[in-house]
Design a protein around this ligand. Structure first.
Ligand SMILES: N[C@@H](CCC(=O)N[C@@H](CS)C(=O)NCC(=O)O)C(=O)O
Length: 203
């Protein structure tokens, strides 16, 4: 059975929980106490030298990075509705969107999220936070262009991208950015997905 090193409040871990449930893959969770800095000590540093969760354990194989974990499982199992199509260009476009999700949305989103959740307001780097909000706004406008005519981001089906975005769009109000209408509707649609609700529902 797969084992997932994770933390209940870790947005990146939530992605993998959502995926494993969506694909009905049995697994057990091993909680790493980030609040007690268990991730910065051995033995966890031998599991991931960067000291971050999630990490997947598949027998003797260890894999970190949420997006790489989901991709590995997706390629390992043959699902009837695979996220990666046979078509080279379709796969390339999905990879492009995955990279943009990470760099243009989740990274600036994390700057704001972690400041607001864990740093006292008097210590906020407000310029950096404002710049992050702007970047997120630009990204959402670009997503709006897709979502005006599609229910989902890639090939109009719930998939890899929705799973990557889900834990982050749950906190979209924190980003202090204008929400384009179709993006707002898409967020509600994604958060209503059964596997997403199972994982994020009580957050
Ligand atoms: N790019 C990584 C990011 C993982 C990440 O930043 N995890 C956070 C929790 S959400 C973490 O473990 N932080 C602990 C630390 O940096 O000390 C992924 O996609 O898995």
């Amino acid at each position: 059975m797969y084992q997932l090193y994770a933390h209940p409040r870790s947005t990146y871990s939530m992605r993998v929980h959502i995926y494993l449930r969506y694909r009905n893959l049995p697994y057990e969770t091993i909680t790493i106490a980030l609040d007690k800095l268990e991730n910065r000590k051995r033995p966890f540093l031998q599991i991931n030298p960067y000291g971050k969760v999630p990490v997947l354990k598949d027998d003797d194989f260890l894999l970190a990075e949420s997006s790489a974990i989901i991709r590995y499982l997706e390629e390992k199992h043959s699902f009837a509705n695979p996220f990666f199509s046979e078509d080279l260009r379709s796969r390339a476009l999905l990879n492009q969107s995955i990279n943009r999700c990470e760099s243009e949305f989740c990274f600036p989103g994390s700057v704001i999220y972690f400041s607001k959740k864990f740093v006292p307001p008097e210590k906020w780097d407000t310029n950096r936070m404002k710049d992050s909000s702007k970047r997120i706004g630009r990204h959402l406008d670009i997503l709006e262009g897709i979502l005006e005519t599609n229910e989902y981001l890639h090939e109009n089906q719930f998939g890899f991208l929705e799973i990557l975005y889900a834990p982050f769009i749950k906190n979209i109000d924190m980003m202090e950015t204008k929400l384009p209408l179709s993006v707002e509707i898409w967020i509600k649609r994604v958060l209503a997905n059964e596997s997403v609700r199972e994982v994020l529902g009580n957050e």
